[in-house]
Design a protein around this ligand. Sequence first.
Ligand code: NOJ
Length: 601
Amino acid sequence: MGSPQNTILVDRHGQEPWWKAATFYQVYPASFKDSNGDGWGDLPGLISKLDYLDDLGVDCVWVCPIFESPQADMGYDVSDYRKIHAPYGTLADVDTLVRECHARQMKVILDLVVNHTSIEHQWFKESRSSKDNPKRSWYIWKPPRFDEHGNRQPPTNWRGYFAGSTWAWDETTSEYYLHLYAPEQPDLNWDNPECRAAIYQETMRFWLDRGVDGFRIDTVNKFSKHADYTDAPISDPNSSLQPAPEMWCNGPRIHEFIHEMNREVLAPYSAVSVGELSNTPDPQSVLPYVSAKRQELDMVFEFSAIRLGNGNLFGGKYSYQPFTLPTLKAMTSKWQRFIDGTDGWTTVFCENHDNGRAVSRFGDTSTHEFWRRSAKTLALWQTTMTGSLFLYQGQEIGMTNMPAAWGIEEYKDIEAVNFYNEAVASGDQARIDKTKHGLSILARDHSRIPFQWSEEPNAGFCSGEASPWMRVHDDCGTINVEAQTGDPESILEFYRGMLKLRKKHRNVFVFGRHVLLEPEDEHVWIYLKEEQGGDGASTRKRALVVMNFSREERPLLDVAAALGCEGEAARFLVGTDGVESKISSLKGWEGRIYCNFEVAV
Ligand code: NOJ
């Protein structure tokens, strides 16, 4: 059962499951590499870049949804889980992708989108056809309510993620169906055991039997809803629709469902799983999902840090909220430490396809020099943290947000478009301006523009004659793979080196304990990484990560004291500036690592 690859439970060097020390790389297929000149990235394009990923140090490729879909939400609306969206390629291309990854000792995971389907999925077509169709209860249908004037109203007052109600009216049977996202994405009813069995068979085993190594599981904690379907309390008095995540996140049967999915499918194939866990900023609620003995998920994405700057996730999401470095440090430490002393595991990431670019949000893009320096400091941060590391395409070359001067017409994402239109419909100019500003920093579109391979036309993403589906960044002539390859000062080469170093000292960086120092310092971020176990505190390997998150030079703390060793025993391991420039201070956006162990030359 499954491919022999899946049964390999140790990584290349240790005794831990392979996915713990692995570097994952998220590919957004529409924007990675176009091979046929239609302006959309595709599977042959991705396959042609596997050597690039291998050379970078990637162990596992995560491919965002590639299944047949009308693309209301860029493939997160699947109409057939066993077919490939034609512009991306064919089933045979997926087979080639799996084979070519495995030939390079890399693994590949797919995006599993089973909280909802597309309205075009056969299951939904049947479900909506009549109230007594056998698949009726595979989705969540409710009768309307009526107000005091006899006007039809949705069953609850819930606001969905993409603006508007979570309920859509369906004339055929005169009922509403639930959709937490777009009306084109009806929620499946996981309470129905036949529906769950079909999900396991058609969306999971089908792909595991073709050799994929696991899944990133979309919106995993929304499979079980709170069954009472009551109105959410009014938290936004200016709207008839209210945020209601507590009504549909972490519902009463969620752990039962995930454990069943694990027992039925994930475990028998030794498939890796990483779940998307939104609206759960509490470690005690997250731990049960990732505790090894509970056999649910291997790891999850928790979003407190990456969401910094977002307003209220519902109506106010794009009302930008500035934050300080101590807040970012505190969030990071909380989610680094929550597994301490437990059998759980965690993830490290600062970008994905749902957020603005990290260097534009946490770094400094005001000048070319600060862009380069800050992107390397972010690389130092990410590659020294505990957990499985996830990179997002383009992060390794410091791709930035779309230029601020671009007009609203360059934003293609359903969420950005809906929020902007909602602001326009309000007629409130201040709200429109605020939304535009928020979008310019936080929109999902920023991470979805074409990958920058070279200074060729269309950044080498597609041929010069093609029209890319999203506009290519104006800076692609300077920010691209070709320009950075082989340049020892570049972000790309720094990542390459750091990914090796992370593996070499995996006990410290991947598995070590994270200890935050100077939590209130507004400019410099300092933490220790300490090997766990061993003979005792005095002999444990330690690394001290010091990063200047500002443009100005800042004094360096007493490194040996922080490492708990004698002066001579504190060694410089690596830095964003290559050599240790000024011993007693850090330049603007400089990061360094010191350690208490022997550094091989
Ligand atoms: C989370 C995905 O990451 C996002 O892109 C998508 O819009 C929603 N889930 C709905 O599937």
